[in-house]
Design a binder for this molecule. Structure first.
Ligand code: 4AD
Ligand code: MG
Length: 447
């Protein structure tokens, strides 16, 4: 294939000053000559004028190309120029009632840099086709808004922990044993022996608290989830703190502090993106008010039973139950004190009531459900050993982890926050795949 058809390599970038498109939507720019670079988002030709909507990472603006100024051959070429062709345009900014956003650029120079013949996404395609073309689909302006919000969520998450005395650390991704149960482990071949992709940094963070006391990490986590749901990914980003000397209540305060801080930063820095995505800001604002309600698992079961949901004490609560429960509240809630049999081996048994563990989840309102899972850790060697056996795990594989209870054990707590779950709730999206550029699920491999 002759790639010169696709790319005008003769164009030389002169050292001009380029504007970001979002800067042009202002009275002060009217009458100013500017240059922009970007990609063609929409185009139409009416008579001897082409109306080209150009997008860059900051926004979309209408560019008017008039044949009486730039010649008929250019306007003819623009008639069937491919969407997503890259262009460099200079011209004067002016107000226009008919242009989206109220401003446009009247071009006096228009260069096509990279052609885009038959851009595969034209609108109206089905979800599987779009996912196969994910590398191109993400150019849709919706995704630039979502990914900017995710950037702010990630930044705020880090900031919160750094501002509260936590050290950022780098746990491994290749691990020797399960943290969250064998069913969702991804095995890998590690130089001829079996290892796994990490489900959670927790066990390693627990070792690191003996060095730094308060630590956090932001890592990919992997779950071989069996079914494709709206809130499960096989690979997601996991923000996890762990702190020595913390009891469950101390960690719940950091969990709600973190969630409300993230919401505050997004409301402040990404308000226009939220509005563009159609998010109800007033509903989101409720999450600023802490403390969040504390609901014991026992109470949750009662609430659900009263609502006619078919659950019994001892059942794990899934997405459906969480949806019903969170509809009862307009802020996130803490759900606590779960039956020991539905939670991981590392959760500390409540000594006054050993059939439950000192675990907590944070559930987001409006039906979104679990965004955080955490709790106090079992810090007694013998109890932890028994819990491993009880859950059918081999204590030999957890020898190093048990060691942490042999040499200067301390009370400690932690949690894990799923970044994509939080972005899904904050943006008000209804599928987790929208919150990650290249989602990984079971049935298929995407680009
Ligand atoms: O509740 P989980 O399984 O808890 C842990 O992994 C703990 N070891 C964390 C800790 O205490 N350090 O997972 C924590 C969070 C969930 O609340 C959810 O937000 C997210 O990780 N999560 C997922 N997000 C997307 N796709 C999946 N398949 C997820 N599984 C869990
Ligand atoms: Mg959980």
């Amino acid at each position: 294939m002759d790639f010169s058809l696709f790319y005008r390599s003769t164009w030389v970038c002169k050292s001009l000053e380029y504007s970001r498109i979002e800067e042009l939507f202002s009275e002060e720019k009217v009458g100013e000559r500017v240059c922009i670079r970007g990609w063609i988002y929409r185009r139409s030709v009416v008579g001897r004028k082409a109306f080209i909507r150009v997008r860059d990472s900051s926004g979309v603006i209408q560019v008017v190309v008039d044949a009486s100024r730039l010649g008929d051959p250019l306007v003819d070429e623009l008639k069937d120029i491919g969407l997503e062709a890259s262009v460099v345009v200079c011209g004067v900014v002016r107000k226009s009632e008919r242009a989206p956003g109220g401003f446009e650029v009247e071009a006096d120079s228009f260069s096509i840099i990279g052609y885009s013949r038959d851009f595969p996404i034209k609108g109206g395609e089905g979800i599987d086709y779009l996912l196969d073309n994910r590398h191109l689909w993400i150019r849709s302006p919706k995704y630039s808004k979502i990914f900017k919000i995710k950037h702010t969520v990630l930044k705020a998450g880090r900031e919160y922990f750094i501002n509260h005395g936590y050290w950022e650390v780098t746990p491994p991704i290749i691990t020797a044993s399960a943290c969250e149960g064998g069913a969702t482990l991804f095995p890998i071949d590690y130089f001829g022996s079996k290892a796994y992709l990490s489900q959670s940094a927790q066990l390693y963070l627990e070792a690191l608290i003996y060095v730094l006391e308060k630590v956090f990490s932001l890592t990919p986590s992997f779950r071989a989830e069996k079914s494709r749901t709206r809130r499960h990914l096989a690979e997601y980003w996991h923000l996890e703190p762990e702190a020595a000397w913390y009891h469950m209540d101390d960690m719940m305060r950091d969990a709600e502090g973190l969630v409300s801080y993230i919401v505050e930063r997004v409301l402040e820095e990404r308000r226009s993106e939220l509005i563009d995505l159609g998010r109800d800001i007033e509903k989101l604002k409720k999450a600023l008010n802490t403390p969040y309600p504390r609901v014991k698992y026992d109470e949750a079961i009662e609430i659900l039973q009263k609502k006619g949901v078919n659950v019994e004490w001892g059942d794990d609560l899934g997405a459906d139950e969480e949806r019903v429960l969170t509809m009862e509240f307009d802020t996130p809630i803490h759900l606590t004190h779960f039956p020991r049999n539905i939670k991981s081996f590392y959760m500390k048994l409540d000594r006054s009531r050993p059939e439950v563990v000192l675990g907590f989840d944070v559930l987001a309102p409006e039906g979104y459900g679990e965004i955080i899972g955490g709790g106090e850790r079992e810090d007694d060697y013998n109890t932890l050993y028994q819990r491993l056996v009880e859950q059918g795990l081999n204590p030999d594989e957890y020898k190093w982890y048990l060691d942490l209870r042999k040499y200067g054990s301390v009370p400690h707590s932690g949690f894990g926050l799923g970044i994509e779950r939080v972005v899904m709730w904050i943006t008000g999206l209804d599928h987790i795949r929208e919150t990650i550029p290249f989602p990984r699920f079971r049935e298929r491999a995407y680009p």
